[in-house]
Design a protein around this ligand. Structure first.
Ligand code: ATP
Length: 361
């Protein structure tokens, strides 16, 4: 029996995690689901915003085989900050796969099956920001590519983007592993990399060339590079030509939303986030969707497909394949889809249909 900690976050995160946990339990999967509290009775503020996760919950989540997270919002950004930053879940996996019946905005989406690998721990998102006046003080010699200093700017702010060789190598190796596993299942064995190395010739170029070097060391894989704006366009125009696309943090965040939307919408886009020593947490790409929260109409697919990744991670391949096939079947049938997919089903009705499809295999 594997132990999974469920942390719903807020908004629709609560509804979709409830639905997924109910399904895994009702399906008799060999997972024990724990639901420790997300906040202390006297909540402690988190430096990342919202409240901090209680220490006892952190311990339970650290010791679990995996964590299933719902969606972060203003009061639970501390929860996701702990999962991603403090637990250093540096390797983001964001598949975008079209299942017939999904509501893709493209005319011919059949065959879209790609994965964005997002470096989760570096880049610009750790949030080292400040006042431009302070930067002028500490970096008086800073020059742009035309040799201009910072004095030409008036009042403003700055943000630091960090790229390390070690971080780029780590995510590149991870992307190669993913590409290899996909190749074994019929994938194309191509690792694409999206940067803006033509403009950011030190930071993005380090990432670009490090990934290129690592992929060059894998004779079974092929490397491709796209400038990030071109990658966004290609994801819409030629999504079927993409296999694995490895990106720095912010580009991965943005491109995985594009990829998810192209496959069928934010409601269907799952993710896995891997740290060291096999620790990982799983979550939908979408946020707490305050506009539809509490109405029982959130699409549970993103979370159910995150459970597919979670089960795979736990070594429960049979359950994982079966759950994916059940989701695919519900889309093929088209009778129990939530409003974002053009149907009228509630979250619970759709996950009940997936459970039926799971049982009937
Ligand atoms: P947050 O501020 O928590 O990130 P948000 O509304 O800015 O929330 P998302 O939660 O990612 O961003 O959602 C964007 C929109 O996509 C929502 O307004 C909602 O209409 C739609 N959406 C997201 N997830 C789902 C889902 N699971 N089912 C149906 N619609 C969804």
């Amino acid at each position: 029996m594997k132990t999974v900690v469920a942390l719903p976050g807020e908004g629709i995160g609560i509804e979709v995690v409830d639905a997924a946990c109910e399904l895994m339990t009702a399906a008799g999967m060999p997972v024990k689901i724990l639901t420790p509290p997300q906040r202390d009775p006297n909540p402690v503020p988190s430096p990342a915003g919202g409240h901090a996760l209680p220490e006892s919950t952190r311990r339970t989540a650290r010791d679990a085989d995996a964590v299933l997270f719902g969606a972060a919002g203003p009061s639970t950004s501390g929860v996701v900050a702990w999962l991603r930053w403090e637990m250093e879940a540096w390797g983001g996996v964001r598949p975008a796969k079209f299942y017939p019946g999904m509501r893709s905005p493209l005319a011919d989406p059949e065959g879209i099956d790609l994965v964005v690998i997002r470096e989760n721990s570096e880049g610009i998102y750790p949030g080292r920001e400040g006042d431009l006046a302070e930067l002028k003080r500490v970096m008086p010699g800073s020059r742009d590519r035309l040799g201009r200093g910072l004095d030409g700017y008036g009042e403003g702010r700055y943000a630091v983007k960090v790229v390390t060789r070690q971080g780029a190598e780590r995510i590149a190796r991870f992307a190669c592993d993913v590409a290899r596993k996909r190749k074994a299942r019929g994938g194309r064995g191509v690792v694409g990399c999206a940067t803006k190395s033509n403009v950011l010739r030190q930071s993005d170029a380090l990432f670009h060339h490090t990934v290129e070097e690592i992929v060059a060391g894998c004779p079974d894989l092929r490397f491709e590079h796209f400038h990030v704006d071109d990658a966004a366009r290609r994801l819409i125009r030629f999504p079927k030509a993409m296999d694995v696309l490895v990106c720095m943090n912010q580009y991965g965040d943005i491109l995985s939303d594009v990829a998810g939307e192209v496959a069928g919408g934010l409601g269907v886009a799952p993710s896995a986030n891997h740290g060291d020593d096999g620790w990982a947490y799983f979550e939908s790409v979408h946020g707490s969707a305050p506009d539809i929260a509490g109405r029982g109409i959130a699409n549970p697919t993103a979370t159910l497909l995150s459970c597919v990744l979670l089960l795979d991670h736990l070594g429960l391949e049979t359950e994982s394949r079966r759950l994916e096939a059940a989701v695919a079947r519900v889309y093929r049938d088209g009778r129990a889809l939530t409003p974002d997919q053009g149907g009228r089903a509630t979250t619970k009705a759709m996950s009940a249909a997936v459970l039926d499809a799971y049982r009937s295999q």
